[in-house]
Design a protein around this ligand. Sequence first.
Ligand SMILES: Cc1cc2nc3c(=O)[nH]c(=O)nc-3n(C[C@H](O)[C@H](O)[C@H](O)COP(=O)(O)OP(=O)(O)OC[C@H]3O[C@@H](n4cnc5c(N)ncnc54)[C@H](O)[C@@H]3O)c2cc1C
Length: 423
Amino acid sequence: MSKKIAVIGAGIAGLTCAYELQKAGHIVTVYEARSQVGGRMASREKDGFLFDIGADHLCNLYDEMKKYCTEFGIEWEPMRFLKYGITVDGKIFSPNDVLSPLSKFRLALQYFLIRNVGDFFNLNELAPHDNGDAYSFMRRRTGKQVADYFVDAFTAVYQFHRADEISTGALLGIMKSISHNKKGWDLHRTQGGMQALPNAFASRLDVRLNHEVQSVESGSQVIVDGDAYDLAVIASQATHTKWFYKNPTQKQKEILDSARYASTISVAFRVDRTKLKDTSVVWVPYVENQKISGYVNESMKGEEMIRDGKSLVCVWLHEEFAKTLLELDDEKVFEAVKKEFIEVCPWFSQEKEIENFDLERWIEAMPKFYPGSLKKAKAFIEGEGQGEQNIFLCGDYLNSPWTEGALRCGQRVAQQVMKKTSS
Ligand SMILES: Cc1cc2nc3c(=O)[nH]c(=O)nc-3n(C[C@H](O)[C@H](O)[C@H](O)COP(=O)(O)OP(=O)(O)OC[C@H]3O[C@@H](n4cnc5c(N)ncnc54)[C@H](O)[C@@H]3O)c2cc1C
């Protein structure tokens, strides 16, 4: 039977869930605090450029996302070039040139040994390996060089925190995916930027923008800011959910309390296109620089990202550095980041070659899949907490990393809702 359902949060998790529920015949209303949909998967147009303010690139192994792109007629394009770089002593090296032959051998052995673990985008499958932290695990198995220049650097660039705060289970999932499907990690984009897919979902849904939900009360009916629903899917960041969800059950409260996030700031600079070399993403290991975690050459996205001979470079920050800047005004943030960036990017020798363009602060940039958290989230998702009092929680913090994980979480929660409403 058709139910009246509220979805709170129009990030990719909430939008996917809302779309699937509407397709199944339910009457769905989506509430979004911001003036645009997408959450951390969004873009902003400025001076003819599309600045992807959060997530920056997609991988060819994002199979579920690709299905929606096909359905909505959104073009899924490969990036122009796909080289990665790692910073050592202020210079950029290819990953292959950073490790000694012994480190390479030990790393190759690890790749061989982890053939049968689960899928990174559903960390529930990796909960059996949630037995410690990725840094210590790899330091023991492969030595300090691999731990610092691969594991810690990868965690920094994509999670903005250190590898001792990520579970071995998550690391094994990534390693398995890379070893089984290397081409799947080729970087892609959707034409129209990160905003394209969230917009396509939203155009098919009833979305109330600029509506920051103040209160959700669960029960036989769910009351969202005074309006009654049969049930609600709360797809906002856990820290926000804790603030407006007034009467969570014990299990819901525990899972919300257990979520931790790393902060960052996406800082975009406008630069001369000819200065940018054909490296797509540069990882900056923490042992090399404790402030910048990595940077992305936006000209890899094609002509759309080149205007009057200029393009953008997007810089991400380690969480501790980001936290010192979050409260400062934009000019001060640009100034502090530029000073550090020049130390780790050999493409520029003077700050005057780098023009301030735009920035976005993210207090909750990335959930930390810390040791022990995978098991906790799995127990919640598969146990009684999910759906209690007609409330379903949804989002990347529930063992569902990155845009593809969050999207799949939306699908999974829609299935759970449908199971409950049909029983
Ligand atoms: C800087 C950065 C770079 C990243 N790079 C990549 C990348 O390259 N590739 C990749 O795949 N992933 C990347 N990610 C991760 C990816 O963006 C996220 O994992 C994913 O988008 C999370 O989606 P979500 O729907 O779970 O959460 P969100 O996108 O955070 O959605 C939650 C929504 O809830 C809304 N909300 C909150 N409170 C309320 C309220 N009270 N009322 C109404 N609405 C509310 C928020 O405004 C938001 O729109 C990156 C993230 C960041 C921050």
